[in-house]
Design a protein around this ligand. Structure first.
Ligand code: FE2
Length: 271
């Protein structure tokens, strides 16, 4: 993909987003949130691409994956007024469908078109499926990290805002009560990612977000989490009951610096 093609994709996305704004301010907050999230994921993707010293063509491909990863969120919200997939539709699969139906990738070479569509369609899976080739795996890992690195920002801002100013669909409707479900805490203690289906409260949801550190793929991603202080910011909003403090320690340990990523030799950028 050349620069001109990537620019055209960016223009299409901007115009597409515009079609979702209405005269309802709550709806607009949710749409704006996803548009802003996409912009931030694109910026973070550049950071990760720097850290791995990706070739220019692969950087553009990574940029397109970041641009479209949540393209399904807009139609999801318009149809169902929620971002909760289990109560509506799998937004990743919907995103891949939107790209196909709108013919967005018509100007992109077939191999790259397939890679973008499949990566968008898989970006939210709980576990990466076996059998993907190395190239698909690389871009899927990149978007999963870039996505998480900004979702943390979105949630932290959400929790800080007064209830009336929040984008209503962010908390997925979990009750904001001072309780953590022991099974969720145990999952963190085991260094495992929490499954959305096991959550009962908003505090469980915060624990789930902390558990994403176990699924980060790149040293640069762990460094960004440390620099932005995400774990501390989220942990400070969770009541210390039962084994919560110990679980947070397990999360912190998972963030400690490790070996640099393979293939990152000679990498440029700040990671
Ligand atoms: Fe997503």
């Amino acid at each position: 993909m050349d620069d001109a093609t990537l620019s055209a994709l960016r223009c299409w996305f901007r115009d597409y987003c515009r079609t979702f704004y209405t005269d309802n301010e709550d709806d607009n907050r949710n749409i704006r949130l996803k548009e802003e999230h996409t912009a931030q994921v694109c910026a973070t993707m550049e950071l990760l691409a720097d850290s791995l010293a990706l070739a220019p063509a692969d950087r553009r491909l990574a940029a397109a994956v970041a641009l479209f990863h949540d393209v399904g969120r807009f139609e999801q919200f318009r149809r169902y007024r929620t971002f909760k997939d289990s109560a509506s539709v799998n937004h990743a699969a919907l995103g891949a469908r939107v790209l196909a139906e709108e013919g967005v990738l018509a100007g992109v070479a077939e191999g790259e078109r397939r890679l973008i569509a499949s990566t968008v369609g898989l970006h939210n899976v709980f576990r990466i499926p076996a059998g993907l080739d190395e190239r698909h795996l690389l871009f899927l890992r990149l978007i999963r990290d870039a996505d998480k690195l900004d979702i943390w920002r979105v949630f932290i801002e959400f929790y800080r805002q007064p209830a009336g100013e929040r984008a209503s669909a962010v908390s997925l409707g979990f009750p904001d009560i001072p309780h953590c479900t022991p099974a969720v805490v145990d999952t963190l203690l085991g260094g495992e990612m929490v499954d959305l289906a096991t959550l009962r409260t908003l505090n469980d949801f915060k624990l789930l977000q902390l558990s994403w550190v176990f699924d980060l793929n790149f040293s640069c991603s762990r460094q960004v989490v440390r620099e932005r202080g995400y774990v501390e910011l989220i942990a400070d909003m969770i009541p210390r009951q039962g084994d919560v403090a110990r679980a947070i320690e397990v999360v912190r340990d998972a963030l400690s610096p490790r070996e640099p990523d393979s293939g990152a030799a000679g990498a440029v950028g700040r990671c």
